[in-house]
Design a protein around this ligand. Structure first.
Ligand code: HDE
Length: 712
């Protein structure tokens, strides 16, 4: 086998991080100002506003079907829509690259994309929500898709994952049932973008293998602050093949540089109305501002010999591999550095297939993965046509040559008189693994054909307990509120009454609390005792504050006429130099004048007025001093609401001078703990994402206390 690795690794990589962009260039059209309008067949158009008609000089007469220009315009318009994805219809995409740190993964695989640190592999990523249609809101409670296409020298590798490490079901044959139950109900197509309805909870209650994943989706993971602040997971168990011919099982993890952060539910609900494109815009803005989103790739691996060592089946996608049992190894880094030029041709037409793997990477007998390997290719044919892999965004950057031909919308023109193998010209010949051909692992298989699931697949609650037990108190309380919210939206008692029975198999207290909130059946005794164990890496808190940063965070500076301009300039300069993004919010989107004592010209132009943008769209607030400006803020109901709402969402609020008194007044908590930065009044301290300046601000400790107080 070592020759396979040698052949592949010695090959000088022709792929660089920009190779895909270069490949796309030939299809990118850059229209120039003043360039003439043409039909699709290239004829210049002299009038695009008036259909050809018969007129009598004064009035319009009938429109003529012969108007080929009018007809073409309408024909093309009539056929603009393609079927949206049956799930994950709403998404946002970006380009970037992936690099490994060194060859540490060569113990497990000879795939150069995972072992060759001289390579920078181009990637295209698409994040998505699952339930809603293409036009649904970004911040709904849902799983997020995390699908990556690696354009490697050895072909495309698609790692089609989610932001949650487990899945609702174990066997692909249940997928249509799951999706029908999740999606809007068939009789009225309600609800959009959420699982808060009878059918979802009916199915989940009757199909208890969903229990673990339900806990994740109902936790804060279901409402991420940003795509850039989510973990990603391959979810299914794949395999890696090394040069010695040994096979390891593997799970893939993406860990965001910015930490894992979520919205509060109240924020998520409001943003869904205030800015339904919140996540999509956030991704583009960050990349355009140079704050390139980054993730580490970590793997968990198990040699074949350890496959049966655990209480759970390692091929069961409803289970994680606890990190205490199988530690993570970080092997590389993914960076997103380019937004798409055109949404449809890139983000909409990109098409992923779990069956797309490259030499050195393989499948496992995970029954969910095996079904996925069939489904994705199939769905792309119905969505994009059989030649979907020739579309610019999907085509590999390495050479493609095969004997597949024809079909609708074939683009590639092959100059060859043979399209079969074997042929007299030796064209398109299969190559041995030593020459780079995909090597199948010689797996021994024997058994009896049966419609069953493995023995260990029958246990559904132990890891749901592990997850619940590992959450911080306020995470638990968010989860309780989330399940209660969802069950409250179910109006069939058969549904909301019975789900507490499932919950009593996870945690008795949890089941009781929710039963009381939603009028469920109050369990008398635990269905199954909670084992009380916890595990590393399940609470998102563990990822929240590893490397605290305010990079790319949106900070609103609230001002009215009479604000302290010198102070504002200083604070803004410091925040901007720390790469936060500041927005001035005032009573009008126009010039706001500073205090008369300060001669700094005409004042500043607000980016938004208090009505135009709300506190929910920002991560923190800063209020400068200035007597007159504070009076104006205090008299403005919307400005007061801004501050109260941000405080209610536990956001860092910085203030100086009169701003502090205003803050104390509006939050009506005179005993709130205020925090003075240690190093002088002009300094900006950023820690745990808390921005403070000047004399005081609400401390992070106080925030945490408040968070818990509010939740309980
Ligand atoms: Fe998917 N899934 N899925 N899925 N999935 C699709 O493919 C399917 C599953 C995931 O941005 C579809 O192109 C089956 C797990 C993502 O374009 C479809 C099963 C995970 C995306 C499909 C699963 C995913 C999809 C719909 C169970 C996490 C969006 C449109 C056996 C690891 C990709 C499409 C994008 C999309 C089938 C389960 C992630 C129908 C049959 C588990 C991120 O083929």
């Amino acid at each position: 086998m070592s020759s396979i690795r040698d052949t592949i690794q010695k090959a000088v990589s022709t792929v660089t991080s920009s190779a895909k962009i270069a490949d796309l260039q030939s299809d990118i059209q850059e229209p120039k100002s003043g360039q003439a309008l043409t039909t699709d067949h290239g004829v210049k158009v002299s009038d695009t506003d008036n259909w050809l008609k018969v007129t009598n000089g004064r009035d319009n007469g009938p429109s003529l079907l012969e108007d080929q220009i009018g007809r073409e315009k309408i024909h093309r318009f009539d056929h603009e829509r393609i079927p949206e994805r049956v799930v994950h219809a709403r998404g946002a995409g970006a380009h970037g690259y992936f690099k490994v740190y060194d060859d540490r993964a060569s113990k497990y695989t000879y795939a150069p994309v995972l072992t060759d640190s001289s390579r920078s592999t181009p990637v295209f990523i698409r994040f998505s929500t699952v339930q809603g249609s293409r036009g649904s809101a970004d911040t709904v409670r849902d799983v997020r898709g995390f699908a990556i296409k690696f354009f490697t020298d050895e072909g495309n590798w698609d790692l089609v994952g989610n932001d949650i490490p487990v899945f609702f079901i174990q066997d692909a044959i249940k997928f249509p049932d799951l999706v029908h139950a999740v999606k809007p109900e068939p009789h009225n197509e309600v609800p959009q973008g959420q699982t808060a309805h009878n059918n979802f909870w009916d199915f989940s209650g009757l199909q208890p293998e969903t229990a673990h994943m339900i806990m994740w989706v109902m936790s804060d993971r279901g409402v991420p602050r940003s795509f850039r602040m989510m973990q990603g997971f391959g979810v299914n168990t794949y395999t890696l093949l090394n040069a010695q011919g040994e096979r390891h099982f593997v799970k893939f993890h993406w860990i965001p540089e910015l930490g894992v952060h979520s919205l509060m539910w109240d924020e998520a609900l409001k943003i869904a109305g205030q800015d339904p494109d919140f996540h999509r815009k956030d991704l583009n803005e960050a990349i355009e501002n140079g704050a390139y989103p980054k993730w580490k790739l970590a793997i968990q691996t198990l040699p074949e010999s350890r496959e049966h060592e655990f209480e759970f089946d390692i091929l069961d996608a409803t289970k994680v591999w606890p990190q205490e049992l199988v530690p993570l190894e970080e092997i590389g880094e993914l960076v997103l550095n380019r937004v798409v030029d055109e949404f449809f041709t890139e983000t909409e037409q990109v098409a992923f297939c779990t069956s797309h793997i490259v030499p050195g990477i393989g499948f496992s007998d995970d029954p969910l993965l095996q079904g996925r390997n069939f489904s994705y290719f199939d769905t792309q044919i119905s969505r994009l046509g059989v030649n979907w892999e020739e579309l610019p965004i999907n085509r590999p950057v390495c050479p493609v040559l095969n004997h597949n031909r024809d079909g609708k919308s074939r683009h590639r023109i092959v100059q060859s008189s043979v399209n079969y193998w074997p042929n007299r010209k030796d064209i398109g010949r299969p190559v041995k693994p030593e020459e780079g051909g995909y090597a199948e692992f010689a797996q021994r298989v024997e058994g009896i054909k049966k419609r069953v699931r493995g023995e260990k697949f029958q246990e559904h609650y132990s890891q749901a307990q592990l997850f619940y037990n590992s959450l911080a108190p306020y995470e638990k309380s968010h989860l309780i509120n989330a399940i209660s919210f969802e069950l409250s939206h179910c109006d069939d008692p058969a549904v909301y009454k019975s789900y507490t029975t499932v919950l009593s198999n996870i945690d008795f207290e949890l089941a009781k609390t929710i039963a009381i909130k939603v009028d469920g059946v109050l369990p008398e005794k635990p269905g199954r005792p909670n084992h009380g164990h916890t595990s590393k890496g399940l609470s998102q808190l563990e990822y929240a504050s590893k490397e605290p940063t305010i990079v790319s965070r949106r900070i609103a500076i609230l001002i009215a006429d009479g604000f302290n301009a010198v102070e504002l300039q200083a604070v803004r300069a410091i925040l901007t130099s720390a790469k936060a993004v500041c927005y001035i919010i005032g009573p009008r989107r126009n010039k706001i004048h500073p205090s008369e004592a300060q001669d700094i010209g005409e004042g500043v132009t607000a980016d938004h007025h208090f009505e135009g943008q709300r506190s929910t769209l920002f991560d923190a607030i800063y209020i400068p001093s200035g007597e007159k400006h504070i009076k104006e803020l205090a008299n403005n109901g919307r400005a007061v609401h801004w501050v109260r709402e941000a405080f209610g969402h536990c956001k860092p609020i910085g203030a100086i001078g009169e701003g502090v008194d205003f803050l104390r007044d509006v939050v009506r908590l005179p005993d709130v703990e205020l925090f003075a930065p240690p190093r002088g009044s002009d300094e900006v301290v950023s820690s745990y994402g808390v921005v403070t300046t000047g004399r005081y601000s609400v401390s992070s400790a106080a925030r945490d206390t408040l968070k818990i107080t509010q939740d309980s």
